[in-house]
Each structure stands twice: as structure tokens, then as C-alpha cells.
Design a protein around this ligand. Structure first.
Ligand code: FEO
Length: 164
């Protein structure tokens, strides 16, 4: 059986991961509307990955005898100023998710819930990768500045992303 504090915190994290899937899907739609289909694909795969993160927490809670409670999702943004502003927002969002995972880990430790602590270690490592991926794209987009040719190249590169 899982403690009620951990159950509540995991349910909140399920919402945060589902919101991540939602925001990246909104970003994918934005890129499609700008004819940047490589970036749209990258965000679509990112959205699917977030859904799998939500399901990891969901399955874990069920396995521990907890009760999953799905709650309303916030409406994601609709417009961005540029591809750079989208990826800056994605990078910022991942930093926010990292802080949530760290708090969740602190809670598991303070509640002496070793199983949850071990489960969370996967997410601690995953967040290092999530932040690095978003930051790398932000840096590339800063490097190309206003170059249309550069944008085309980055779009093409991001379009080669394969689903995990
Ligand atoms: Fe599920 Fe991108 O963190």
C-alpha cells in the first residue's frame, strides 16, 4: 500500500506529464501551421514521450495499490513569436518538470518510501537528457539567428527524430 502523501503527489505528477504531452502537441500544431514539418514531428514525438512518462507514473500507482485520479488539464499556449521562443519555452518547461521530480524525490525520501525513490531515479536521469535536448536546440536556433537557410537545415535535422 502506498502512503496518501505520495499517492497525491504522483497523481499531481501524472497531471504535469499529461500537460507536458498537451503543450508539446500544441507546439507541434504551431510548427505545422508555420510549415516547419521537421520541428512539428520532433514535438509530436516529444508529446508521445510525455504520454509514456504519465503512464509510467499511472502504472506504478496502480501497482502499489494506489488510486489514480485524473484531473483537468490547463489550456496550453496557442501562439509563439518564433521557433526560438517555442524551444525556449520547452526548455523552461523541462526545468520546471525537473524541479517537480526533485521535490517528489525529496518527499519519497522523507516518507521513507524506498520503492518510490527507486522508481523516481529513472526520471531524475531522464530529466538530465530532457533539459540537454531542449537546450541544444535553443543554442542551435540562436546560432542561426535570422538565417532562413539555417532554419531550413535545423528543421530538416529535427525531422529525422525517431520515436523511442
Ligand atoms: Fe516528462 Fe519532458 O518530462
Amino acid at each position: 500500500m502506498i502512503g496518501s502523501n505520495i499517492e497525491k503527489a504522483i497523481n499531481e505528477q501524472i497531471n504535469a506529464e499529461l500537460f507536458s504531452a498537451y503543450i508539446y502537441k500544441a507546439m507541434s500544431a504551431y510548427f505545422a501551421s508555420e510549415n516547419l514539418m521537421g520541428m512539428s514531428r520532433w514535438m509530436d514525438i516529444q508529446s508521445q514521450e510525455e504520454m509514456s512518462h504519465a503512464m509510467k507514473f499511472y502504472d506504478y500507482l496502480v501497482e502499489r495499490g494506489g488510486r489514480v485520479k485524473l484531473t483537468a488539464l490547463e489550456e496550453p499556449p496557442f501562439e509563439w513569436d518564433s521557433p526560438l521562443s517555442v524551444f525556449e519555452a520547452a526548455y523552461e518547461h523541462e526545468q520546471y518538470i525537473t524541479s517537480r521530480i526533485n521535490h517528489l524525490t525529496d518527499l519519497a525520501i522523507s516518507e521513507k518510501d524506498h520503492a518510490t525513490n527507486i522508481m523516481l531515479q529513472w526520471f531524475v536521469s531522464e530529466q538530465v537528457e530532457e533539459e540537454a535536448n531542449a537546450e541544444e536546440i535553443v543554442n542551435k536556433l540562436k546560432m542561426i539567428a535570422e538565417s532562413r537557410h539555417g532554419l531550413y537545415m535545423v528543421d530538416r535535422e529535427l525531422g529525422s527524430r525517431e520515436a523511442d
